[in-house]
Design a protein around this ligand. Structure first.
Ligand code: MTE
Ligand code: MO
Length: 215
């Protein structure tokens, strides 16, 4: 069986079977599993906001209300989703706000190297600035034309297709510019600081020296 290749992210494939489309160790489940730590938060639009914190270029935080977020331009990206527990959901059309749009609207200071993305209940994930700024990275509102369900991250979840999916917080509430790397929720709990699925960067014990901050 062949698949339409070339839309799967950083590494394009020109031919082959599902096995070549999938990063090592991954399988295709039925449907779209929902996986997260803790409860699904209730969206309260009048209290919800999205903030850019930390080392912004102007030195102050930037905040959007839900109606204000609604005015930002939308982007679509076709990409796969790879979970470190080994399922991969292929051929998603994600729609949302490009991280690049937010980087332009609230730029980082010159010495920013990493971004810590924050979500409800204190969940977080750290990314190198260049990974966060990937052209395919979106704060997603819709998948395949449908609004996200609460368990998949409504109203807003980050998707960074070229990294394992824990790097994309569901129920995202903002991000913090860092001038030194700081581990997020799973990165503090033994998962790899970088998380490239094609290199199977699953666990922190695999980290090369310098791939993550000291403990
Ligand atoms: N807020 C939050 N976001 C999260 C998680 C979580 O526990 N909390 N889990 C991550 C993990 S490990 C995966 S695989 C994906 C799963 O997304 P899905 O449930 O939409 O498939 O969400 C990621 N985002
Ligand atoms: Mo995951």
């Amino acid at each position: 069986m062949t698949f339409p290749f070339g839309r799967s992210g950083a590494r394009e494939r020109t031919s082959g079977v599902a096995g070549e489309r999938l990063p090592p160790g991954q399988y295709i489940p039925r449907g779209w599993p929902a996986l997260h730590y803790g409860p699904v938060p209730t969206f309260k639009p009048d209290r919800w906001d999205f903030k850019v914190l930390g080392a912004t270029a102007v030195g102050t935080e930037r905040r959007w209300t839900w109606p204000e977020i609604g005015t930002l331009p939308r982007t679509e990206v076709a990409a796969d989703l790879h979970c470190v527990t080994k399922f991969s959901v292929l051929d998603n059309t994600w729609r949302g706000i490009a991280t690049r749009t937010l980087l332009e609207l609230a730029p980082p200071a010159a010495d920013v190297t990493h971004v810590l993305v924050w979500a409800e209940y204190g969940y977080s994930a750290n990314l190198r600035l260049e990974d966060f700024a990937s052209e395919q990275a979106l704060f997603v509102t819709h998948r395949n034309g449908e609004e996200l369900s609460p368990e998949h991250g409504f109203p807003l979840r980050l998707v960074v297709p070229h990294l394992y999916a824990w790097k994309g917080p569901k129920w995202a509430r903002g991000f913090e510019y860092l001038t030194a790397d700081r581990r997020g929720f799973w990165e503090e709990r033994g998962y790899h600081n970088i998380a490239d699925p094609w290199l199977e960067q699953r666990y922190s014990y695999q980290e090369e020296p310098g791939a993550g901050p000291d403990w």
